[in-house]
Design a protein around this ligand. Structure first.
Ligand SMILES: N[C@@H](CCC(=O)N[C@@H](CS)C(=O)NCC(=O)O)C(=O)O
Length: 202
């Protein structure tokens, strides 16, 4: 299995996910600053020319939440996904995809200063996205189940990014949740790998 990635990018979701699964893999650095992602070889793996991407034999997976879903399903014994027949599978899917479909869009709304009709916007509004998330997290430790799943990885990653960049005002409920998720050994290892690659790139 190969992970195509670049440090300090959304590749971090996939890097963290791979560390959570413990699956053996090779890391292929893509120099997005020199445009390596626009070459025909890489476009054959990700037609969007973006990182991350995962190749597993004949299977190519792109888009961070899809990579997380794929990896979790590959190691069912890890408990990182909820089984198909589990009633919580719906919540697991919802939150797994919420980071890309709602959190990212809400950040874009905030950063661009756009005024968008909340009834037409898929994410509703910045306010709605984070009020909903805060309400959910106030009543439980993990977003979809009584344990950490890939949905937590995506949600915590999204919240951390927004607070770090100052797009999202820190709230105690978000800070506590992000701290819970990022103290996991797999997160720490991914951080070290990311930082080492960044230092090597100079
Ligand atoms: N929707 C994609 C977003 C990936 C993405 O935006 N990657 C950026 C880095 S954070 C990238 O590859 N940029 C290089 C480019 O667009 O040329 C995902 O979730 O995986």
């Amino acid at each position: 299995m190969e992970l195509f990635w670049a440090p300090r990018t959304r590749s971090f979701y996939a890097l963290w996910a791979l560390e959570e699964t413990g699956l053996p893999h090779e890391k292929v650095l893509i120099d997005i600053w020199s445009g390596q992602q626009d070459g025909a070889d890489y476009r054959a793996i990700n037609p969007m020319g973006k990182v991350p991407a995962l190749r597993d034999g004949e299977v190519a997976v792109t888009e961070a939440p899809a990579i997380c879903a794929y990896l979790a399903d590959k190691v069912p014994e890890s408990g990182l996904a909820l089984p198909l027949e589990d009633a919580r599978r719906g919540a697991y899917y919802r939150w797994l995809f919420f980071a890309a479909s709602c959190i990212e869009a809400a950040y874009f709304e905030k950063m661009s200063g756009l005024e968008i009709d909340a009834r037409r916007a898929g994410w509703g509004s910045f306010e709605k996205v984070f009020t909903t998330l805060a309400r959910e997290l106030e009543s439980r430790e993990w977003i979809a189940a009584e344990r950490f799943t890939m949905a937590d990885l995506m949600i915590a990653g999204g919240l951390k990014y927004g607070m770090m960049l100052g797009i999202l005002e820190p709230r105690p409920v978000f800070e506590a949740y992000v701290a819970r998720c990022t103290k996991r050994p797999a997160y720490r290892r991914a951080e070290e790998i990311d930082a080492a690659a960044l230092a090597e790139q100079g």
